[in-house]
Each structure stands twice: as C-alpha cells, then as structure tokens.
Design a protein around this ligand. Structure first.
Ligand code: FES
Length: 151
C-alpha cells in the first residue's frame, strides 16, 4: 500500500551497489533493487526484505534524504555537514490552487562577470533585452548564461 507521501532515498544499493534509479521499483512504501530484489523502506531507508531469506538486513540501509513537497515541487535538503533544515519553503496558495502557472521560459547570453546578473538583472527586468548590450559594453571579454522562468 502506498501512503501518498514522498520519500527520497540514495540511488545506490548497499548490497552490491546497483543503481536503483535504473530499474528500481516502488513496492508499497519500499524501493526494490533491480538486481537481487532487496527492498528498502521509504520511511528510514532500512532493508525490510531479502527475497531469498526469511529475515531482513536492517544494517544495510540506504540514506534517506529530507524532502519537502510544496507548490507542486519536491525539494530535497542538502547540507554539507548533515545539518537539519533551518527553514522550509512556504506554500503559495496561487501555486497550490493553480492561479499561477508556467507561462514559458526566456534565456539570454550576457557577456559579463557571473556576479553581475544577480546584482543588476532583477532590478532591470522590464528592460531585460537591453541588458545584454549594456553588459557587453562593460565586460566585453567574459560571458554568463542567464535563464529566467516565469510563473
Ligand atoms: S545489488 Fe541491490 S539487492 Fe543486490
């Protein structure tokens, strides 16, 4: 039975290292490895079933990642030192209710230092298309790639 809750586990099986992202199958609340069919709990990553054995191998666990489902996205928390999340992305009723939706995407190449778009582009969003000329004038020998998505 599937609980309808998102779980994110590491892709590599602790048994012999198979990539469960290729051929792995969700069975109930577990992820089943495609090689030898060991199953790992979505709740905590522990091995819950070894098909050719009567028991399981709880010590053979897959890392479970902290994830958060909000605004129709699934976010996975990563911290270099393993700290717990210090904040969560807030739910937006406009996104959850469908009032805001994806309208398209714009990309442009700006010839500038990588920091310049973040410092200036957002304040100049209405005149975005002239930004490239401006930045090319200031920084003629460097490039940054900018992608802007609209909702
Ligand atoms: S490699 Fe995953 S069960 Fe053997």
């Amino acid at each position: 039975m599937i609980a309808g809750e998102v779980h994110v586990l590491d892709a590599y099986c602790p048994h012999l290292g198979a990539n469960m992202a290729i051929g792995g199958v969700v069975r109930g609340n577990c992820l089943e490895c495609p090689f030898h069919k060991w199953q790992f709990s979505g709740e905590n990553g522990a091995c819950t079933k070894v098909p050719y054995s009567s028991g399981s191998v709880p010590a053979a666990a897959v890392k479970k990642w902290i994830c958060h489902e909000v605004n129709h996205f699934i976010f996975v928390w990563y911290h270099a030192e393993g700290d717990e999340p210090s904040w969560y992305i807030q739910s937006r009723k406009e996104l959850e209710g469908g009032a805001w939706r994806f309208q398209g995407r714009t990309e442009l190449l700006a010839a500038c230092h990588i920091q310049v778009p973040f410092l200036s582009l957002y304040s100049m969003a209405p005149i975005r298309m002239t930004v490239r000329r401006y930045l090319t004038f200031l920084f003629p020998h460097s490039h940054a790639y900018i992608g802007v998505s609209y909702v």
